[in-house]
Design a protein around this ligand. Structure first.
Ligand code: NAP
Length: 250
């Protein structure tokens, strides 16, 4: 059951919501009554998400932008505040991969991944913290990854960014706790999206053999966990990393 008005009067900023996990998070929160401010670089995909939410009597606004750009993030939060006057929920979900073995990894592949996955979350946390501190309430969820906890050959840049998000989460959780703002991370396992679509069948088979629940994750699995962590029911949980990985890492 989805309580339709669970997040009534709550405003949620979801980065990387043009597709995949972020899109599902935006749909879930909107279906429970949140006003969603959807951001990513692709304006057309965001508009289609907004249309889908509005068709179900939900509320949403598309604000295209690159999370790796400080000015674009300031603009995102400015527009959200001008439009709705508050921000209750931030989900830092935007992320990319530029895989390669360390000895062949190019500087620009390192920088692109760290800029989007970690610096982007820093910019958004900083902007949200100013607003949520004043409100004396808020929920921040950072989407990390199981490989940020385990490491993964060929993903030094990605794993460093996702491990960095865990340190960011715990530090910001400590800074904002007295303002009644909770900050947690979700570490998904392998989830069926465009990001993992590029993996070969052999790699997918190998992955499956490492997952006790014997299936890849669905975007909904992650969205359900986000919906819990941003709800009133999770008020005594902060600075935590919730693995949603089918048991792949315990
Ligand atoms: P995806 O399908 O590739 O979607 C990534 C999203 O991030 C898109 O909406 C993309 O939109 C957005 N994005 C990328 N770069 C951006 C930028 N510079 N500024 C703003 N938005 C940007 O990936 P996904 O699988 O849904 O992954 C979502 C998150 O979960 C990522 O942080 C990923 O690392 C994490 N995760 C995924 C898995 C998995 O197995 N799929 C596992 C663990 C963690 P635009 O291209 O329109 O900008």
């Amino acid at each position: 059951m989805k309580p339709k008005n669970e997040f009534q009067d709550k405003v949620a900023v979801v980065t990387g919501s043009s597709r995949g996990i972020g899109r599902e998070i935006a749909l879930q929160l909107a279906s429970r009554g949140a006003t969603v401010v959807a951001s990513a670089r692709n304006p057309a995909a965001l508009e289609s998400l907004v249309a889908e939410i509005q068709a179900q009597d939900g509320k949403a606004l598309a604000v295209p932008g690159d999370v790796g750009c400080s000015k674009a993030v300031e603009e995102l939060f400015k527009i959200a505040m001008e439009s709705f006057g508050r921000i209750d929920i931030l989900v830092n979900n935007a992320g990319i991969t530029r895989d390669g073995l360390l000895i062949r990894m190019k500087d620009e592949d390192w920088d692109a991944v760290l800029d989007t996955n970690l610096k982007g979350a820093f910019y958004c946390c900083r902007a949200a913290a100013r607003i949520m501190s004043k409100q004396r309430s808020g929920r921040i969820v950072n989407i990390s990854s199981v490989v940020g906890e385990m490491g993964n050959a060929g993903q030094a840049n990605y794993c460093a960014s996702k491990a960095g998000l865990i340190g960011l989460t715990k530090s910001v959780a400590r800074e904002l706790a007295r303002r009644n703002v909770t900050v947690n991370a979700i570490a998904p396992g392998f989830v069926v999206t465009d990001m993992t679509d590029v993996l070969s069948d052999q790699v997918k088979e190998d992955l499956l053999s490492q997952i006790p629940l014997a299936r890849l994750g669905e975007a909904q699995d992650i969205a359900h966990a986000v919906a819990f962590l941003v709800s009133d029911r999770s008020g005594y949980i902060t600075g935590q990393v919730l693995g949603v990985n089918g048991g792949m890492y315990m």
